[in-house]
Design a protein around this ligand. Structure first.
Ligand code: NAI
Ligand code: MG
Length: 350
């Protein structure tokens, strides 16, 4: 079996972490019966510097032809003063749109090795295993009208029923393979959009009688996520609430550098760590590549159907953490050895 991967390294720590993921992919493919080929494409600041735009047509076409896309991160101060449509982040938002990937899956679990007194209480953390299902191509990040004027500015939160139905189905399908619980997060006490969201999720739930559905307001959900994260199995939510809650949930696992994501539902799946380009640590060799390596594992599972290779990678990460190897962001968690980005990548690969 042969797979064509589109690789977008991006900006900041993007190239550093992607290199480690490729190291691990090469190691795993040599033990499993498949071959991977990689084509690099530019997006974000790196593309602005070459093409004057954050998402060149070449990148879109290359991605559409690939079996899956592995992406690092984009953004940086250098491009922050550009108008919105020229900024790196617009490139990513538009790529997700072009691919039609409307569902973002973000698993959050806790490694026993990373539970200690310096984080939340061990009894709160142990056994956390949730999946945040975030709608990705609608809501306030895309709604029209939007504008920034001198004395006032506005954005619009819009969801159509169809958009809510399809993301709700992804959440219920995911729950069927897990503990069969969906908690839908909204702000239905204040927002009309959330009222439609809640009614629609209730309707979809009827197709999944085995799954139990609950609803929570987003402010309460933010609190419950810290108070008792174990209560959550699948968390279903819209674009902006999901963006914030999944970053919050990342701290439960110990570092944002551990959390992978998959964006699916369209023509080609996009796999990326949940963090950004981390300009504050770029070029120092201390970025944690695990989120990207685990994103590569999700890619093998969800886009290529290579389950055994995916779980091989996940076990390797677990083993390396168990043996006490840590990147700097995890050095507070009983480190035997603090490793550089490329050292930990090599240890996982081997
Ligand atoms: P960020 O996620 O880049 O960084 C937040 C904090 O986490 C920083 O202190 C950073 O050093 C740390 N961190 C992130 N990833 C890490 C890793 N792998 N290992 C160790 N530490 C890590 O978010 P921030 O600082 O808000 O944004 C920086 C830039 O990234 C901005 O230009 C932003 O627009 C962009 N961004 C891009 C995203 C993407 O490409 N998907 C997502 C979020 C932000
Ligand atoms: Mg975010």
């Amino acid at each position: 079996r042969q797979y064509k991967l589109a690789i977008i390294k991006g900006d900041g720590i993007g190239p550093e972490i992607i290199d480690e993921a490729i190291k691990v992919l090469d190691a795993v493919s040599s033990h499993e019966n498949f071959e991977l080929s990689y084509s690099d494409f530019l997006m974000g600041g790196a593309a602005i510097d070459v093409f004057g735009e954050p998402l060149p047509e070449e990148t879109v076409q290359g991605c559409l032809k690939a079996d899956a896309i592995l992406f690092g991160a984009i953004g940086g101060e250098k491009w922050d003063t550009l108008p919105r449509e020229k900024r790196p982040e617009t490139g990513l938002l538009n790529l997700r749109k072009a691919l039609g990937v409307f569902a973002n899956l973000r698993p959050v679990s806790v490694y026993d090795e990373l539970v200690n007194a310096s984080t939340l209480k061990p009894e709160v953390l142990k056994g956390v295993d949730m999946m945040v299902v975030r709608e990705l191509t609608g809501g306030i990040y895309f709604g029209q009208p939007r504008a920034k004027e001198a004395e006032r500015a506005y954005n619009t939160m819009v969801y159509t029923k169809e958009e809510i139905v399809r993301i709700a189905k992804v959440a219920f399908e995911s729950a069927m393979k897990r503990r069969k619980q969906v908690c839908s997060v909204d702000k239905a006490n204040v927002l009309e959009v959330s009222q439609l969201w809640r009614e629609t999720v209730e309707e979809v739930a009827k197709e999944y009688p085995e799954v139990s559905l609950s609803h929570m307001y987003v402010d309460n959900a933010a609190m419950q996520m810290i108070r008792n994260p174990k209560q959550f199995d699948v968390v279903l939510t819209g674009n902006i609430f999901g963006d914030i809650l999944s970053d919050e949930a990342s701290m439960i696992s110990g570092s944002i550098g551990l959390l992978p994501s998959a964006s699916v539902g369209g023509q080609v799946g996009l796999f990326e760590p949940i963090h950004g380009s981390a300009p504050d640590i770029t070029g120092q060799g201390i970025a944690n590549p695990i989120a990207t390596i685990l994103s590569a594992a999700m890619m093998l599972r969800f886009a290529l159907g290579e389950e055994s290779a995916a779980s091989r990678i996940e076990k390797a990460v677990q083993q390396v953490l168990k043996e006490g190897y840590r990147t700097k962001d995890l050095s507070a968690y009983e480190a035997k050895e603090v490793c550089s980005t490329s050292e930990i990548g090599s240890i996982i690969a081997s």
